[in-house]
Design a binder for this molecule. Sequence first.
Ligand SMILES: *Cc1c(COP(=O)(O)O)cnc(C)c1O
Length: 454
Amino acid sequence: MSNNNPQTLQWQTLSGDHHLAPFSDYKQLKEQGPRIITKAKGVYLWDSEGQQILDGMAGLWCVAVGYGREELVQAAARQMRELPYYNLFFQTAHPPALELAKAVADVAPAGMSHVFFTGSGSEGNDTVLRLVRHYWALKGKPGKKTIIGRVNGYHGSTVAAASMGGMAFMHEQGGLPIPGIVHIAQPYWFGEGGDMAPDEFGVWAADQLEKKILEVGEDNVAAFIAEPIQGAGGVIIPPATYWPRIKQILDRYDILFVADEVICGFGRTGEWFGSDYYGLVPDLMTIAKGLTSGYIPMGGVIVRDEIVNVINEGGDFNHGFTYSGHPVAAAVGLANLRILQEEKILERVRSETAPYLQKRLRELADHPLVGEVRGLGMLGAIELVKNKATRERYVGQGVGMVCRQFCFDNGLIMRAVGDTMIIAPPLVISASEIDELVSKARKCLDLTLNALNG
Ligand SMILES: *Cc1c(COP(=O)(O)O)cnc(C)c1O
């Protein structure tokens, strides 16, 4: 990396001397130092060297309305002056949290009219685990404790959330998963479908849920948790048969369904929630990321009315966070929802920009390095392979990371999940910015292929 700005090196030194980074290779980070991002506007970031970078990941899937929205800044400033902090414990409340709860309920599926706020998606999923077990205990079924998650699902990085997630590399550290959590196969046809056709594989993957319920025993299962579309796992869009089959199975058994909407929620599919897109009927939905467009941390759990009725009768719920429903975060959330609605951003995604992004992205399928391009709404994935026909991968060459580095150096952020390149740009990305994203992506695929042919 070039170093024109002397401050870059100073910041990189601070990183090595004082900072422990989330999800980073510590050895590599110590040697190379981080890229320093200093400012942002619209869909663009600038690093400390002055390079402009198109943010194909909306930060970490969260900056839905784009960077530099003055309304969100003003909402935070106003709320900080009025009431910078108070809590929601012990029978107190404040207007921003209550008004945001109503605003979220207004866009949530019918029959889901209550929200428990948290500081993050991970805290939301830890809340889910405690809430569903509390619910079943109140229903006189305290044995229903087991949560069924999926291999390669991502639900966050706290102990319960990481346990419900199925990331093997996370479970390897710190003795996870905790007891009472089991996992079934993921509906990842490209990677794991073998000789099955996608639709056949979708049915097979869904049937693993029923198998697991029968194995654990319906009386012991509290809930099934899943992302409508796996994000961190590699933008895994299930075969068309998967969700309908899962719905049939859920109908047969008395277990709760938790949709982790942290990525899909608030417009990423063109609908308010991924559950709306797929016609799912969740009992609980975890939210975060797009709720505040990432301008300030906030998450939560939207809960179906039948569950609320039961826990209302149960007296104390002994759970909460100092920053549950933080007034400044709630004010930003409200302003963010207002922008999404007033600027008709979902409508535009659905009818214009998502179809255009998906059309342009699929043009990359002809590239010799590309085994599949898939996507939906403002989500996309590009599978890098050695052999297009057999889906054979390059082994041991870290092709995804090579491609990611070329992207960075050429002014584009695409994330690598193994050898799957993924994108999730801000929902406000324009057609010409989509053109720029796709042409940069193609250039970086070329550079990656050249490097492989070295
Ligand atoms: C990011 C993410 C989480 C965790 O949210 P944090 O705010 O990072 O704790 C949970 N679920 C999904 C699907 C996510 O993508």
